[in-house]
Design a binder for this molecule. Structure first.
Ligand SMILES: [Fe+2]
Length: 302
């Protein structure tokens, strides 16, 4: 919670804390106005496939319906979509055994995310709610940074439900259900990681434009591409790594510089969306990541 306190030189201008978000505390999803977020770029593998576009529009309509009703509609995935999932999830599972953080591996099991079928947001929500009070809300595409991050302050992640195009099962230029449920969602069973995400959300709601850009970098180098120390070893917890075998293999290769996490350095380091990442940051633990971020967000109020 953002709590106003008296400003002194020793004390932060306000304190950033975690808080439980009950159903009645949530902003009204109906108030979320998103225009044109179900658009495919021209270089998207499915851009010229009318069948794929029709299917995307249908799944988008389910996400839109959620905003009116507050109820998630499960997607009845086709055999072809399930086949894409099995292909990607099976190959990723092998690499995860080698490179993913032990916490992540256990979380994937606890959430029932298997190589067999695409998990439904509603199923994962039931489990997340019990474990960390976190929620997923369906969304039909990529939304702008401040809106996306701000929802984390309510312990909510906006999550896509569609899957990538069958012509390139190993690639997607945007988030899809593979990226969300294999990359992001398992980590929300970790209380410290979830608290950390909520801090980022608090920050996004009050950040000026420069601070928002810094938060975007912090998110990128942790939530998307983060590495963590694990009993003398280094493991992956970032969604961009865990949902892409190319990125995951690359992260542990010789061309990548794996640096100890330094918040000041991270928020001042640019990244490129489309290239393989040349530098990655290793956090000692999710608790330390959370506490460093608490101080940083509290500095926004000064
Ligand atoms: Fe992501």
């Amino acid at each position: 919670m953002l709590t106003e306190t008296a400003t002194t030189t020793a004390e932060p201008a306000f304190r950033v804390d975690n808080y439980v978000v009950n159903d009645e505390d949530l902003p009204i999803f109906h108030d979320m106005e998103f225009e044109d977020i179900n658009q495919l770029d021209l270089d998207h593998p499915g851009a010229n496939d009318p069948e794929y576009r029709k299917r995307r529009d249908y799944i988008a309509s389910l996400s839109k319906k959620f905003r009116e009703t507050g109820v998630i509609t499960d997607v009845d995935y086709t055999d072809e979509e399930q086949g894409i999932w099995r292909h990607v999830a099976t190959r990723l599972e092998e690499l995860h055994q080698k490179h993913a953080s032990p916490f992540y591996l256990k979380a994937k099991k606890d959430l029932g995310i298997s190589t067999e079928h695409i998990p439904q947001l509603s199923e994962m929500n039931r489990r997340l709610k019990q474990l960390t009070g976190f929620r997923l809300a369906p969304i039909e595409g990529l939304v702008e940074t401040r809106a996306f991050l701000s929802w984390l302050s309510y312990r909510v992640m906006l999550s896509t439900q569609y899957i990538r195009h069958h012509s390139r099962p190993d690639y997607t230029p945007e988030p899809d259900i593979v990226h969300e449920s294999i990359g992001h969602i398992p980590m929300f069973t970790n209380q410290n990681f979830t608290d950390y995400s909520q801090f980022i959300g608090h920050g996004a709601r009050i950040a000026n434009d420069k601070q928002l850009e810094e938060l975007g970098r912090l998110y990128w180098f942790t939530v998307e591409f983060g590495l963590v120390e694990d009993e003398g070893d280094i493991k992956a917890y970032g969604a961009g790594l865990l949902s892409s075998y190319g990125e995951l293999e690359h992260a542990f290769g010789d061309e990548v510089e794996r640096r100890p996490f330094d918040l000041e350095q991270v928020i001042n380091t640019d990244y490129n969306y489309s290239d393989m990442q040349p530098v990655l940051y290793v956090v000692p633990s999710y608790t330390e990541l959370k506490e460093a971020t608490r101080k940083y967000i509290e500095s926004f109020g000064k």
